[in-house]
Design a protein around this ligand. Structure first.
Ligand SMILES: Cc1ncc(COP(=O)(O)O)c(C=O)c1O
Length: 390
């Protein structure tokens, strides 16, 4: 049997490695508190679960779905964008439901990238941007996100030759893993850059609804000319605690939406219809839970950021997303600092380098840890820090 060379390009998926180490410790009976994975710990709202149960009993939902999704779902997405961002979308041409936003994020690369093409990818960044570029035969060109540039890519310093070969520009705000945010002026700059250089923008925005201190992240689509050059990925995963349900959406440029639809219609058979009905309920029903949940994350954020700074990590206070990006003490690499916390404190975090070379010197902690476990995790970190200084 001979596997494709394409697969050789892929390093092991970061979380597989971390999970393996954690599983080994758990098998030895050790209790690990994990801040490593961004997966909401709170349940999906009950109105959404009730709608799934109802929809599951309807035989009309037992048959093959359409890749394009139910028209009612596309309308619900358009309605949500209008209420949330004041953006009007054509539900037929500018909205495509996805099997989680990862589905679209991974597959859009195949609609743009041919061998030798470049995608401009943030570093650190969600690994799927670069992996899908590699799988499509292209090359990621990494745009460092640093404290100095407020974790916003410096588009003007990308070499001319690279820009010429580039077809896609990836953006992600609120950002995973740094928790950074971008304002509409930055998006405007990116849209002009894309227009001048014949690039398409993919803005990955699954964290716009996890926000703190009254902050409201903008949508790229609020810019009238964004629709000429880009699409935005969104997801019900983080907004409605539905990571396991696998449903998200792409919105924006009709040509890009159609390309993604054509590609996907040859690969998958859409989202199970009962899940689509439940998603309609999530998008159109009461939104109270969204705000309540952000209040819980904010409380956790305040506690965790304070504790990390107390023990000598320089943790940023994120305005949105459920990630805390923390600079580690001198003398460690991200990976050996992560190992030390796992070995000595039974606390799992994610090394910054798991998201790219520019993540060196940082670790990421997720706020998706139940309150009492978060408190216990903080106690362990404080004890570990005391043992280091004694
Ligand atoms: C930046 C970013 N984009 C996309 C995804 C994928 O989300 P989903 O496929 O659940 O919608 C994630 C998940 O962690 C993410 O962090």
């Amino acid at each position: 049997m001979r596997l494709s060379k394409r697969l050789d390009k892929l390093p092991p998926y970061l979380f597989v490695e971390i999970n393996r180490k954690i599983a080994e410790k758990k098998a030895r009976g050790e209790d690990i508190i994990s801040f490593a994975i961004g997966d909401p710990d709170m349940p999906t709202p009950s109105n959404v679960i009730d709608e799934l149960c109802r929809a599951a009993r309807d035989p009309a939902n037992h048959r093959y779905p359409e890749t394009a999704g139910l028209p009612e779902l596309r309308q619900a997405v358009a309605g949500w964008y209008h209420r949330r961002f004041g953006v009007s979308l054509d539900p037929e041409k500018e909205v495509l439901p996805l099997i989680g936003s990862k589905d679209g994020v991974a597959h859009i690369s195949f609609c743009f990238i041919d061998p030798g093409d470049i995608a401009l990818v943030p570093d650190p960044g969600y690994p799927v941007y670069s992996m899908s570029t590699l799988l499509a035969g292209g090359e990621p060109y990494f745009l460092p996100l640093t404290e100095k540039n407020d974790f916003l890519p410096e588009l003007e310093i990308i070499p001319r030759n690279t820009v010429k070969k580039a077809k896609l520009l990836w953006l992600n705000y609120p950002n995973n893993p740094t928790g950074a945010v971008a304002d509409i002026d930055f998006f405007q700059k990116a849209v002009h850059f894309a227009m001048e250089n014949n690039l398409a923008i993919c803005h990955d925005a699954p964290y716009t609804e996890v926000t703190f201190d009254g902050y409201q992240p903008p949508s790229l689509m609020q810019l009238p000319d964004a629709r000429d050059v880009g699409i935005e990925f969104h997801s019900l995963s983080k907004t409605y605690d539905m990571t396991g349900w696998r449903i998200g959406m792409a919105v924006g440029n009709a040509k890009m939406i159609d390309a993604l639809f054509r590609f996907k219609s040859n690969l998958d058979s859409g989202i199970p219809q009962a899940i689509q009905q439940a998603a309609i309920e999530a998008l159109t029903g009461s939104q109270d839970g969204v705000k309540e949940r952000s209040v819980i994350y904010q409380r956790r954020r305040d506690k965790l950021v304070k504790a990390l700074n107390d023990i000598g990590l320089k943790a940023r206070m994120p305005k949105a997303s459920f990630y805390v990006w923390a600079r580690i003490p001198d003398g460690y690499t991200s990976v050996n600092f992560t190992s030390e916390l796992l070995d000595k404190a039974n606390v799992a975090v994610t090394p910054g380098t798991g998201y790219g070379a520019a993540g060196e010197g940082f670790v990421r902690l997720s706020l998706t840890v139940p309150d009492e476990r978060l408190d216990e995790g903080i106690t362990r970190l404080l004890k570990w820090s005391e043992s280091r200084t004694n």
